[in-house]
Design a protein around this ligand. Structure first.
Ligand code: GLN
Ligand code: ZN
Length: 762
């Protein structure tokens, strides 16, 4: 019989129970026992769901109080030295200190770094190694979960991050770089002990995850995989399911096939169905092949019929050794579609959240074993959904499609080259050298939140709401004028979220009530769903911008979110390619840009903070991505006159590999994060001879600290070493919405004073 299993389930709970329990615990409003209770019941709920729906194997190790990589660090005894000082007397508090710097017990300490988990929006806690790193098993987090699962089923599979990926994810801190791979032999020994322990627990299968196999890896890392699994596989005592996801592994398949493994999991969704043919030539029938065919990172219902077609041949070849699963852990999907009360029936029928995906995995395996008849109803519902989506008029809008088909390359081209525009803009704006500006948002104060809440709950009407927001805009403008900034912003008080706000005013987008996905720790995001062709209902930001501009003699920047970022932070369609969706969004934004321009807004910023995030993991796929992403940005911006200044903003500082694409965006001004990297990133711009203007962040807004004037001056001097002064702007790293006015006011004042002083010294 084919078997069904899951790579992992969401752990936040259908109503974000874990989030609320964690935050209560951190505020010291509940005990650790109560927190453990919530964790226990989420796991119980998850496993019961899996069993009820007919999943064969329970997966243990997918639960985490904060992050699974941090759990792995605890499991392997990797905790950086600085956490030893002022230690709490219990594991969980020390765990939270590493994750977030504080806990009910134990002293405050600088937390470990956090970074994105491959190409997802999930963030993990980066392990910190030193050269003499020792590893030692600590089962305190894992063992209770194993015990709990064993009470429910005898078929328990343990999920672990594999040793090579674990090493790859970590970094060395406060030390000159050393070769992390030097730690591998000792780490493998510790894994050996772990596997032996699991064997003694009666565990049959271990899902050992090496997602780095889906990357372009140096030989040294591929060799490390060979070395690790040659040893681990030799006398593991448990069966090893080498698990990969987020891409194909065909380039390494021959190496992997030689290893003493018992099973292999492939992600067919991001790696492509073609992998099945490749694998059939390399991977023996006598071993388990697990196929991840239900998308773990999206919200669309599976097309069961075509999935069954794709699996047929594998079933013939692998028979009982075929396992069916989700592409990756369902951690990246929202929890339960049944929580949604406000979606219409049609849209709802197209969707599947984690719970529904569990059913799909179980159904597929059932159909492989007992024929399609066995899942007749599910198949029918899936067929109906596929058909209705294909023909639905809310999905397909021929006007939008025709407009996209008719895009001419000229529309992606500004009227003149930057060199010429620059002169026209100098003449037109007469901004000072080292002009000062901010990135867009100002503090989200209680009064803003209150107004938004009151409007949502209909306590105040639209007119009252508009007045309330105008009041906020007025304040922001007055503050900025008092501070003396050169180019102002309206402050984004009307926006809860930079993607949701635009999605709400575009056709083709839908919003859920409970479609939360964990982003990090207790933080969750609720991405909109792009289900249909995108078009603008009406002007989105024009009235707010016009109002803001009417209050000042200075220029007030229009503020939009770019096509790639809107796409990246939404659940995207599966029936239309990303470049096409991006172009649809870009056309809607283009109209908005032109409307702003028509209404006298001639400095317009289009944020693209997700530009780098969507960069494919594989080098070979990057040029194509960069091409469409740059093209979409250009389509949204290029319609304006030479004397309209286009800004963009990105909040990260690694540009080396993509600098030519950044230049191809052809924004007149780009503002970027950089204050923490001592302006080193500007070297990249310098080496490239980046021609357009740049505003490197000189105020780190991620910290409540107020930079002194001297600190800002120092950063301006540094910047001026790399970039000619007449190309430089002076601004913070990112938007200020997470700060409060008592921090922002003096910080910006120092920033303006530093710029003024620097100008005088020129
Ligand atoms: N304009 C946005 C803001 O200031 C940019 C946010 C971002 O870069 N993520 O909040
Ligand atoms: Zn930013």
């Amino acid at each position: 019989m084919a078997q069904s299993h899951l790579l992992g389930l969401p752990r936040i709970g259908a109503k974000r129970e874990l989030k609320f329990a964690l935050e209560k615990y951190w505020r010291e409003e509940t005990s650790q026992e109560e927190l453990q209770q919530v964790a226990h019941s989420i796991r119980q709920q998850n496993w019961s769901t899996a069993l009820d729906k007919g999943i064969d194997w329970l997966t243990v190790g997918d639960f985490s109080f904060y992050d699974q990589v941090l759990d792995t660090s605890i499991l392997l005894g990797v905790t950086p030295e600085r956490f030893e000082n002022g230690k709490a007397d219990n594991l969980l508090d020390n765990y939270f200190r590493i994750a977030r710097g504080s806990a009910p017990q134990g002293s405050q300490v600088q937390p470990s770094e956090m970074t994105k988990w491959f190409n997802t929006n999930y963030h993990y806690i980066v392990p910190e190694f030193n050269q003499e790193q020792q590893f030692s098993l600590n089962l305190d987090l894992l063992q209770p979960q194993i015990d709990q699962a064993k009470d429910l089923s005898s078929k328990v599979k343990v999920q672990l991050i594999g040793p090579v990926t674990y090493l790859w994810l970590g970094k060395s801190r406060d030390q000159t770089d050393f070769n992390k791979l030097g730690l591998l032999p000792q780490l493998v020994k510790t894994y050996q002990q772990l596997l032996n322990h699991l064997e003694q627990q009666g565990i049959e299968w271990v899902q050992i995850e090496e997602p780095i196999l889906a990357l372009d890896l140096d030989d040294s890392w591929v060799n490390a995989v060979t070395q690790a699994y040659t040893e681990l596989g030799a006398d593991a005592g448990v069966k090893l399911l080498l698990t990969t996801y987020f891409g194909h592994i065909t380039d390494k398949l021959d190496r992997i096939a030689e290893l003493p493994l018992d099973g292999l999991h492939l992600d067919l969704v991001s790696g492509g169905n073609e992998q099945l043919a490749e694998v059939a030539q390399n991977w023996p029938k006598s071993k388990v092949l697990s196929v991840g065919i239900v998308n773990g990172r999206n919200i669309w219902r599976n097309d069961l019929k075509s999935s069954l077609d794709a699996l047929k041949q594998s079933k013939e070849r692998y028979g009982d050794n075929l396992w069916v699963s989700s592409s990756c852990s369902l951690l990246h999907s929202p929890v339960d579609l049944n929580s949604e009360q406000q979606l219409d029936d049609e849209l709802q029928s197209w969707l599947a959240f984690a719970e529904q995906k569990v059913q799909e995995v179980a159904d597929l395996s059932k159909a492989l074993n007992h024929g399609s008849e066995a899942i007749k109803e599910s198949l029918q519902a899936s067929d109906v959904a596929v058909a209705s989506k294909k023909s639905s008029s809310r999905v397909h809008n021929s006007n939008v499609q025709q407009r996209v088909a008719a895009i001419s390359e000229l529309e992606r081209q500004r009227k003149s080259e930057f060199a010429q525009r620059k002169n026209a803009q100098r003449e037109h704006f007469r901004f000072p050298l080292l002009a000062t500006t901010t990135i867009g948002s100002f503090p989200q104060t209680d009064s803003i939140r209150q107004a938004r809440r009151a409007f949502k709950s209909k306590e105040i009407d639209e007119q009252q709401y508009t007045q309330a927001i105008q009041q906020e805009i007025q304040q922001a403008i007055h503050e900025q004028e008092a501070i003396g900034l050169d180019v102002l912003v309206h402050g984004e008080a009307e926006r809860n979220d930079m993607v949701e706000y635009f999605g709400e005013q575009l056709n083709g987008f839908a919003f859920t009530q409970f479609g939360w996905v964990q982003s990090y720790g207790s933080r969750c995001v609720k991405p909109p769903i792009i289900y249909g062709d995108v078009s603008r209902k009406q002007a989105i930001t024009v009235e707010w911008s016009k109002y803001a501009q009417s209050l000042s003699e200075k220029k007030v920047k229009g503020m939009l979110t770019g096509p790639t970022t809107i796409l990246a932070w939404s659940f995207e369609r599966e029936d239309l390619s990303a470049p096409q969706i991006a172009d649809q969004i870009a056309l809607a934004l283009r109209d908005e840009v032109l409307d702003l321009e028509k209404n006298g807004i001639d400095v317009i910023q289009i944020d693209e903070p997700a530009f780098r995030e969507l960069l494919p993991l594989r080098k070979s796929e990057q040029p194509q991505y960069l091409e469409w992403s740059v093209n979409a940005f250009r389509l949204s911006t290029a319609g304006v006159a030479d004397t309209t200044q286009i800004h963009t903003h990105m909040c990260y500082s690694e540009f080396n590999e993509i600098i030519d694409s950044i230049a191809r965006l052809d924004a007149d001004v780009i503002t970027i994060e950089s204050s923490r990297s001592d302006m080193e990133l500007l070297q990249t711009f310098n080496d490239f001879q980046y021609p357009n203007e740049i505003g490197p962040g000189v105020y780190d807004i991620h910290s409540p600290r107020i930079p002194t004037k001297d600190e800002v001056s120092e950063l301006i001097q540094q910047a001026a070493k790399h970039i000619p002064v007449d190309q430089l702007w002076v601004n913070p790293d990112c938007g200020l919405k997470t700060r409060n006015w008592d921090q922002v006011r003096p910080a910006l004042k120092n920033l303006v004073d530093a710029a003024t002083e620097a100008r005088q010294q020129l």
